[in-house]
Each structure stands twice: as structure tokens, then as C-alpha cells.
Design a protein around this ligand. Structure first.
Ligand code: HEC
Ligand code: HEC
Length: 161
């Protein structure tokens, strides 16, 4: 029993450590990250409501046109919600004035990435975490689980304070 509770404390400390690593001064990523409530509800049901500003408009368009076959899930939306989500994503995409110009760096004009975790800016920022295999830790399970490391991700916040 004692060993078990020590282990629990140790793992809690490890998680606290991981959170405190996320100290970020650069506000370039947070330009347009206030998350639309309809989007948060409809696209945050299964995972973090990923920020619009981290994928180009063409990527959101392609994702939204295939929601019935969405990474092995049926994420189809009724027309009214779909229109609202589409308007939000397309007006805040990386390649718009509300988006993150830095997220577009090194994305070939011919590419339509469907994952933020495959965007060059993302893999660059997270190189150390990927190297350490942090993403296979039990509570994280996937690099797409932004909320596991970014407590504010549900509201589009990736800077820690
Ligand atoms: C029924 C559950 C479900 C709903 C609802 C859902 N998704 Fe997903 N989504 C998934 C799954 C499963 C994955 C793959 C996650 C993984 O690889 O860890 C995924 C992955 C993604 C990714 C790629 C993440 C990355 O960078 O690796 C994006 C972008 C995405 N979803 C956008 C959306 C949008 C936009 C909506 C709302 C229209 C939405 N999702 C609604 C289940 C869902
Ligand atoms: C395993 C933990 C982990 C996961 C999962 C994770 N991140 Fe991060 N993220 C970090 C760490 C740690 C940093 C700080 C990196 C550094 O400065 O070296 C960071 C930095 C960032 C930054 C830079 C913030 C800034 O203002 O410069 C952004 C943006 C970001 N992450 C977005 C995401 C998104 C989007 C997801 C999900 C698709 C995600 N992260 C998933 C750990 C994680």
C-alpha cells in the first residue's frame, strides 16, 4: 500500500513537471484563438476543439466535407451546425488574417494536411516531446490529445501562466 501511494505521488509530480515545461512568451499563436461556442460543442465532443488557426482553409474544407468518415468515426453534423462550424473555421484558418502565419511556414502550397500534428510548425515545436516518446504515456495516448499537456486547450489557450 505504501509503495502504491508513493508511486501515485511520483506520477503526480511528473505530470506537474510536464505542465510547468510549457512556458510560452510568444503570443503569435494566440492571435485568433477565441473558440466559437458551437464549434467547441460540436468539434470538442471527442477531442480537444483544435484551433482553427493551426490549419489552412483548404484543410478545414476537406475535413468538413468528409465528416461521415472522420478518422474512422462518423462525425457528421446537421446542416445548421455545419454551416456555423464552417464559417468559424474558414474565417479563422491559418492562412487568414485571424490565423497564425507561423503555422503556415513550410507548408507546400500543394499540400492539404488533415492533421495539426503533421504540420511542420507543430512537429518542430514538439520535437523534444516526440523524441522522448511522451505521447505514448498512458494519460496522453495520442499527440492529438492537446489537453493532456495544455490545460487551456479547451478554450484555445496554449500559453501557460
Ligand atoms: C465522433 C467523434 C469525433 C467528433 C465529433 C469529431 N472528431 Fe475529429 N477526430 C476524431 C478522431 C477519433 C480523431 C483521430 C484522433 C487521433 O489520431 O488521436 C480525430 C482527429 C481530428 C483531427 C486531426 C488531429 C491531429 O492533428 O492529429 C482534426 C483536425 C479533427 N479531428 C477535426 C475535427 C472537427 C473540425 C470536428 C467537428 C466538425 C471533429 N473533429 C469532430 C473523432 C471525432
Ligand atoms: C506531450 C505533451 C504535449 C502534447 C500532447 C501537445 N503539446 Fe503542445 N507543447 C508541449 C510543450 C512541452 C510545449 C513547449 C515546447 C517548447 O517550448 O520547447 C508545447 C508548445 C506548443 C505550442 C507553442 C506555444 C507558443 O505560443 O509558442 C503550441 C501552439 C502547441 N504546443 C500546440 C499544441 C496542439 C495544437 C496540440 C494538440 C494537437 C499539442 N500542442 C499537443 C507539449 C505538448
Amino acid at each position: 500500500m505504501k509503495i502504491l501511494s508513493k508511486l501515485l505521488v511520483a506520477s503526480a509530480l511528473l505530470f506537474a513537471g510536464a505542465f510547468s515545461l510549457i512556458a510560452v512568451q510568444d503570443s503569435a499563436y494566440s492571435a485568433g484563438n477565441a473558440i466559437d461556442p458551437t464549434y467547441q460543442k460540436e468539434c470538442g465532443a471527442c477531442h480537444t476543439p483544435f484551433p482553427a488557426q493551426f490549419l489552412p482553409k483548404r484543410s478545414w474544407e476537406r475535413l468538413l466535407s468528409g465528416l461521415d468518415k472522420h478518422f474512422g468515426e462518423d462525425a457528421a453534423l446537421p446542416p445548421k451546425s455545419l454551416a456555423s462550424v464552417k464559417a468559424y473555421l474558414e474565417s479563422h484558418a491559418a492562412d487568414t488574417a485571424m490565423g497564425s502565419a507561423r503555422a503556415m511556414r513550410d507548408v507546400p502550397t500543394t499540400a492539404t494536411p488533415l492533421r495539426i500534428t503533421e504540420m511542420p510548425f507543430w512537429t518542430r515545436i514538439h520535437a523534444r516531446q516526440i523524441e522522448r516518446h511522451a505521447f505514448s504515456a498512458s494519460k496522453i495516448t495520442s499527440a492529438a490529445n492537446c489537453t493532456a499537456c495544455h490545460r487551456g486547450a479547451v478554450n484555445g489557450i496554449y500559453e501557460d501562466d
